[in-house]
Design a binder for this molecule. Structure first.
Ligand code: CP
Length: 314
């Protein structure tokens, strides 16, 4: 097993072998997370600071749980309870916390590049937990993990990513990750929500016509319409958007028999997904993505912080 990275800031930094090392280690943590005692000594004595300056349910809770199950000491220091609201800069905040000799910062911030900026103020490892519209590498890794566990492979799969691609940091990471492992990526959205250079991001094709490509897809990855990041509405109304790009019961007959549905969460039910599709017992892997997120984040922390020294025996 070889994984020579100090930080996790972008999927662009990971080779196929790095990605598969993370996913294969996550399988080991799946077993740990199904034990009665879900705690291992791998990162005993290590300190991780979680700094979430933007709202989060899945990423924040799964990082904190991952750290605790690996026996780290954890501090939650971001957001409205930190002195940044009194005007302290991000750099001063990091240098202050770094004085405790911590081992890792997990950073979510509304500014693209915030996690990279943090690396300038500390020698600790830094993990990007989502920065603006830029990157969300652990989301991409958990998506790859959930698809791989369900489909048994990643190479050659046809993946359609549908919706608000232009405003999505999930896409910034996921398209690159899918490209690296040899999947074919089609971006499906109105022209106003497509990125300027999809080829540079690693996508193979783009189309505004969802129903034309839906029958070919092995994986239908639905994105949330990020109303908080929209300045001028890129479509006439949510109702029209939902009619053209929503995955609902009336489109199921167009899907392959074994096509699966992913969504990073949180879902706008009734906009990009109806409840029939979101909760579909065979097709939806949305809650598998949540569980996979815990296992993948344990794997990332374990690999970055050298957990193999202590191992994962109970
Ligand atoms: N997918 C995702 O990042 O969800 P949260 O914002 O709830 O962490």
């Amino acid at each position: 097993m070889s994984f020579n990275h100090k930080h996790l800031l972008s999927m662009n930094d990971l080779s196929e072998s790095d990605i598969m090392t993370i996913l294969e280690n996550a399988v080991m943590f799946e077993e740990v997370n199904r034990r009665r005692i879900k705690k291992v000594p791998a990162l005993r004595g290590r300190t991780v600071v979680n700094m979430f300056f933007e709202p989060s349910t899945r990423t924040r809770t799964s990082f904190e749980l991952a750290e605790k199950r690996l026996s780290c000491d954890t501090i939650n220091a971001g957001g409205s309870s930190s002195s940044t609201v009194k005007g302290e800069s991000l750099g001063d905040t990091i240098m202050t916390l770094d004085a405790y000799n911590v081992d890792c910062f997990v950073v979510r911030h509304k500014y693209a590049g915030a996690a990279k900026l943090v690396t300038q103020y500390t020698d600790a490892c830094v993990i990007d937990a989502g920065d603006g519209k830029h990157q969300h590498p652990t989301q991409a890794l958990l998506d790859l993990y959930s698809i791989w566990r369900r489909k048994g492979t990643l190479e050659g799969l046809k993946v359609g990513i549908v919706g608000d691609i232009a405003h999505s940091r999930v896409c910034g990471s996921l398209i690159r990750g899918l490209h690296t492992v040899g999947a074919h990526v089609t971006l499906i959205a109105p022209a106003t929500l497509l990125p300027a250079r999809p080829d540079v991001m690693g996508a193979d094709a783009t189309t505004p016509f969802f129903d034309d490509v839906l029958p070919e897809l092995d994986v239908v990855y639905m994105l949330r319409v990020q109303q908080e990041r929209l300045e001028n509405s890129p479509f006439p109304s949510l109702r029209e958007y939902s009619l053209l790009y929503g995955l609902n019961k009336s489109r199921e007959h167009l899907m392959k028999k074994d096509a699966i549905i992913c969504h990073p969460g949180p879902i706008n039910r009734g906009v990009e997904l109806d409840s029939y599709m979101a909760d579909h017992p065979e097709r939806s892997v949305i809650l598998d993505q949540v569980f996979g997120g815990l296992c993948v984040r344990m794997s990332v922390l374990y690999l970055l912080l050298g957990g193999a020294e202590n191992g994962i025996s109970a």
